[in-house]
Design a protein around this ligand. Structure first.
Ligand code: 4AD
Ligand code: MG
Length: 431
């Protein structure tokens, strides 16, 4: 007999098949038992009618607890009500393991309880859907960048530099030297772009941020493209095409998951390049008109400000040209103004906040040296980075997309902690 996965069942209507599965849920009366089965590839209903099977099989089915593991055989039947279009008429069960007191029942649980049980919570329908969407975003990212001539480069995790400021660094010893966990692979990607033209990375990054918000993780994954001979405006075009591509890929390949999460698909269908652009100056003016008194020109936006700006649009919006004082040392100044830089943050709709930070990079040696000094960075640690500006320096731009914030937005999840398998949060290192 053929062992198949639940997701393959629609191709086997009418056949007798075998599945390895867990019992996600069970309902039974005196005459019929319904087993909600899951095997990682999907969820399907198994049906056992008492009259049609042996007494022993019916008793076995009734004795299964939530999350018990079984091999199950049966005939695949068409069922238009289920998301897979079929169900399993069970005719045999081989019990592998009976689960004991599975803590996550179909009733409501508090978030701390669920987080303590994250190793099990991952099995639930909703978490399963979010992980599938996360995977699709990653898959589509590789596809997009490979299709567009980028080479994947893997920057180091253990580094001596801190591109995004020194206050949120994770310190560690590197034998006798001080080292940090990477906040961003950007500086290494800039070096690699000078070798390979267009590069991208996808990897974990670390920020010891004391923020406890629905947008902040201590360890998160970032997509970081870097492009030689590409100026700021051109980089924005790549960003809007990339974000449109991943959203449309999820719409196409994760229909079942989006439906299971109750996501409003019409909001995603609309995500097609181009995206609107608004200057930082105009954003500040707009916020003042809206009555925000807690922000002045030169301040960084908080979540409420970003949300108020994003509410004006039904697509992500680029806020461009931030003040030099609130951005990292490496950003290229605006050609006509020395108080703002050629950068953009991309703000997602529906209050999900900044999903991309990017900029054109300084490539003039003297200016870069001056900025490193102004930011009190250790010149020695940046010697190799400065060296790049002496060896055929060119205009170049890049950006970083935060995976979990992007997945939170696309999946409609309330918090980034549900968008990574095992979140590292303030005060949470387990499970
Ligand atoms: O804006 P950020 O700090 O930009 C950089 O790190 C650049 N060096 C990237 C580059 O140009 N190559 O971070 C980029 C994105 C943010 O827009 C956000 O989506 C995400 O990373 N991010 C976080 N996501 C979850 N938790 C955190 N603590 C995050 N900090 C940033
Ligand atoms: Mg940023």
């Amino acid at each position: 007999m053929k062992k198949i996965s639940i997701s393959q069942m629609p191709n086997h209507i009418g056949e007798t098949v075998k599945l390895g599965a867990w019992v996600a849920n069970k309902r039974s009366s005196g005459k019929i038992a319904f087993l909600q089965l899951r095997d990682g590839s999907g969820f399907v209903q198994g049906v056992i009618v008492k009259e049609e099977v042996s007494e022993e099989l019916f008793t076995t089915a009734k004795g299964l607890t939530q999350e018990s593991s079984i091999y199950v055989t049966g005939v695949v039947k068409e069922d238009t009500r289920s998301s897979f279009g079929c169900e399993l008429a069970i005719d045999g069960i081989e019990v592998i393991h009976i689960a004991q007191d599975y803590p996550i029942t179909p009733k409501e649980h508090g978030i701390e309880f669920l987080m303590d049980n994250r190793h099990l919570w991952l099995r639930s329908r909703k978490q399963h859907a979010v992980m599938k969407i996360r995977n699709e975003v990653i898959r589509a990212t590789y596809e997009f960048f490979n299709n567009n001539g980028f080479t994947k480069i893997d920057p180091p995790i253990l580094t001596g530099s801190s591109p995004e400021g020194t206050s949120e660094l994770f310190h560690t010893k590197y034998f006798d030297e001080d080292a940090y966990l990477s906040q961003s692979g950007q500086l290494y990607l800039e070096a690699a772009a000078m070798a390979l033209g267009k590069v991208f990375s996808f990897g974990p990054t670390f920020r010891a941020e004391k923020s406890k918000t629905r947008r902040h993780l201590i360890e998160f994954w970032m997509m970081e493209p870097e492009m030689a001979f590409v100026e700021h405006a051109e980089s924005l075009e790549v960003q809007e095409q990339y974000v449109s591509y991943i959203v449309q890929s999820v719409l196409k390949n994760c229909k079942i998951e989006l439906e299971r999460l109750g996501r409003d698909i019409s909001k995603l269908e609309n995500i097609q390049a181009p995206f609107p652009r608004i200057t930082y100056d105009d954003a500040i003016k707009f916020l003042h008109e809206k009555g925000f008194t807690d922000i002045e020109w030169g301040d960084d936006f908080g979540a409420p400000h970003e949300t108020a700006i994003a509410e004006n649009y039904d697509k992500p919006v680029f806020i461009i040209h931030y003040p030099v004082g609130i951005k990292p040392f490496y950003m290229q100044p605006h050609p006509e103004r020395d108080d703002v830089v050629l950068c953009a943050d991309l703000i997602a709709p529906e209050g999900y906040g900044e999903i991309i930070g990017g900029s054109e990079r300084i490539y003039d040696h003297e200016l870069l040296l001056q900025r490193i000094k102004e930011h009190n960075l250790d010149e020695k640690a940046y010697a190799w980075y400065l060296d790049l500006t002496k060896q055929g320096a060119v205009p170049h731009s890049g950006f970083g997309l935060g995976l979990e914030r992007t997945v939170a937005w696309i999946s409609g999840s309330e918090h980034v902690r549900e968008c990574i398998p095992f979140p590292r949060l303030l005060n949470r290192l387990y499970p």
